[in-house]
Design a protein around this ligand. Structure first.
Ligand code: FPP
Length: 252
């Protein structure tokens, strides 16, 4: 039997052009609840499965050489959920951040948070700050994960506007000198390039207050796959689709 006719298993990112990968991928991790419901499990089981998917996809992005990944973990509106669900999500964050703290040096990545951390419990806030600080110290980190936590795009813009206005009142900024580049420095995403590709799984076709300022020229990819089922193969499909797009940024 001609065993060489067997196709080898495709390597990570096979078929993708490494020179045309997005620099920044942003993902709305949606569909955890429906994934759990389909299996007769509590919603919290969906979040636990979603957190595992987050880890898999984060490492996949790093291995492909995509330097920035941003994920929507908890929105300013998610506090409306039942208290047990909120605390289960916060527990997962605690668990995965503790793991990230241990591994970021070895695996060469850093973590940043977008959102208003003031509303978190003091312990979780402390863990977030410690994670950011440790990440700053990772020499030669080539990969950054931004976790949107108690994040809302309009809230981010309002906080930035207030902060800029305070600088105007203090004489540190001039109204006439405000440009989008200057304003970007007041956003949680300061220093991070805008996302090139925004992915939303689970069949929903909206932005839901996710990075509205930064999404100005992003490409969008929607899929019916629920987040816990989102595999490296689905990421590859999104990246392949991105590589077929023509980006003109308002030009011709
Ligand atoms: C949206 O699905 C998901 C969330 C609001 C929570 C996302 C949180 C995690 C994946 C866990 C922790 C994160 C990290 C970074 C470790 P949904 O509950 O709205 O799903 P549904 O629309 O099917 O109800």
């Amino acid at each position: 039997m001609a065993f060489w006719h067997k196709k080898p298993k495709p390597a990570a990112g096979e078929g993708l052009d490494p020179s045309r990968l997005p620099r920044h991928v942003a993902i709305i991790m949606d569909g955890n609840g429906r994934w759990a419901k389909k299996r007769g499990l509590p919603r919290t089981a969906g979040h636990a499965a979603g957190a595992e998917t987050f880890r898999t996809i984060a490492y996949r992005c790093r291995d492909l050489g995509i330097p920035y990944l941003t994920v929507y973990a908890f929105s300013t509106e998610n506090w409306k959920r039942p208290v047990e669900e909120v605390s289960a999500i916060m527990d997962l964050l605690r668990k995965y951040l503790a793991e990230a703290l241990e591994k970021m040096e070895r695996d060469g990545f850093r973590i940043k948070f977008f959102g208003d951390l003031a509303a978190l419990t003091p312990e979780l806030r402390q863990l977030c700050l410690e994670t950011e600080e440790t990440g700053q110290g990772v020499a030669g980190a080539k990969y950054q994960i931004n976790v949107c936590l108690n994040y809302g795009g309009r809230d981010e813009i309002l906080r930035a506007a207030k902060s800029w206005a305070r600088d105007v009142l203090a004489g540190r900024q001039q109204v006439e000198e405000l440009t989008d580049e200057v304003f970007s420095r007041y956003l949680d995403s300061r220093g991070v390039p805008d996302p090139d590709l925004i992915i939303r799984p689970s069949g929903e076709l909206r932005l839901s207050n996710f990075l509205p300022w930064q999404a100005a020229y992003a490409e969008f990819y929607f899929t019916d796959v629920l987040w816990p089922d989102f595999s490296p193969g689905v990421l590859d499909e999104a990246l392949a689709d991105f590589q077929r797009r023509q980006r003109r940024f308002g030009g011709v």
